[in-house]
Write a new protein. Structure first.
Lengths: 56, 204
């Protein structure tokens, strides 16, 4: 499972970790990573799709 | 696994797993989970991922990080040069400056103290014997016994004026005149060299 996380892009990994492990909102994640809230949401859903594909 | 098309519900699943949703939102998500196998599978995946990350990742106070990030973004950005100028001066700089100042003042005071000691004139010393001198006073010349000046005569006759030649004897004007004439007589008469005769016309 952590190997799948390691295959994400750095931005996807950061957003996904903050969202899943810490339960942060998209707004707070956007402040941390320096992006917009919509971009953080896109990064999270792309990361989730990649991990699902890698785990199946 | 086919993704659920209800993105508003999927966006709430991480908060649902962490238990940070409000009561109304939580009830809405649970109602959706009851009929959506894909979202139940995603919730299970999120729980296992969260547990795995909590085991592997170092403990980070994320709330503190977010607060710091918000504070940093609220501060207006300044030029790097100005930020550098505002840096406090390190403490060692002040210590070095104080040491240099102390050495300069001490050396200057020592030098000027040797060159120009405390000005204490003999008069001041005589007036106040408790004054301590930085160095011994130079030896004054032997005191000359005070002699009461003789009353100078108001009029000195011209005849009393004479010549003295170091022998303690004084010559009267007549004697001096005789001596001068004797010297003129005894001295050889030196004729001036005759002028050369120049024969201009060649007669001689």
């Amino acid at each position: 499972m952590m190997e799948a996380v390691g295959k994400l892009t750095p931005m996807q990994r950061e957003v996904f970790t903050l969202r899943v492990a810490e339960g942060m909102s998209y707004k707070d994640i956007a402040n941390v990573v320096g992006s917009s809230e919509g971009a953080a949401r896109v990064h999270y859903h792309n990361a989730m799709r990649t991990i699902k594909e890698l785990l199946t | 696994m086919t993704d659920c098309l209800k993105n508003d519900i999927r966006d709430r699943l991480p908060e649902y797993v962490h238990g940070t949703l409000g009561a109304a939102e939580r009830a809405r998500v649970e109602a959706h989970l009851a009929g959506c196998a894909a979202c139940r599978g995603e919730v299970a995946l999120l729980r296992s991922m969260s547990a795995a990350m909590a085991r592997s990742a170092p403990a980070v106070d994320v709330q503190r990080v977010v607060t710091a990030a918000k504070a940093a973004s609220a501060v207006p950005k300044t030029r790097p040069e100005l930020a550098q100028m505002r840096r406090p001066v390190p403490q060692y700089v002040w210590r070095v400056a104080a040491a240099v100042l102390f050495m300069v003042v001490g050396a200057g005071g020592y030098y000027f103290g040797r060159v120009n000691p405390v000005s204490t004139s003999p008069v001041q010393v005589a007036a106040n014997p408790t004054v301590q001198l930085s160095r011994p006073m130079p030896q004054a010349p032997a005191p000359v016994p005070a002699v009461a000046p003789a009353a100078a005569p108001a009029h000195v006759p011209a005849a009393a004026v004479g010549l003295s030649f170091g022998g303690g004897e004084e010559l009267s004007p007549a004697q001096a005149k005789a001596l001068i004439s004797d010297l003129e007589k005894s001295a050889p008469v030196i004729d001036p060299e005759p002028a050369a005769i120049i024969d201009i016309e060649g007669t001689s």
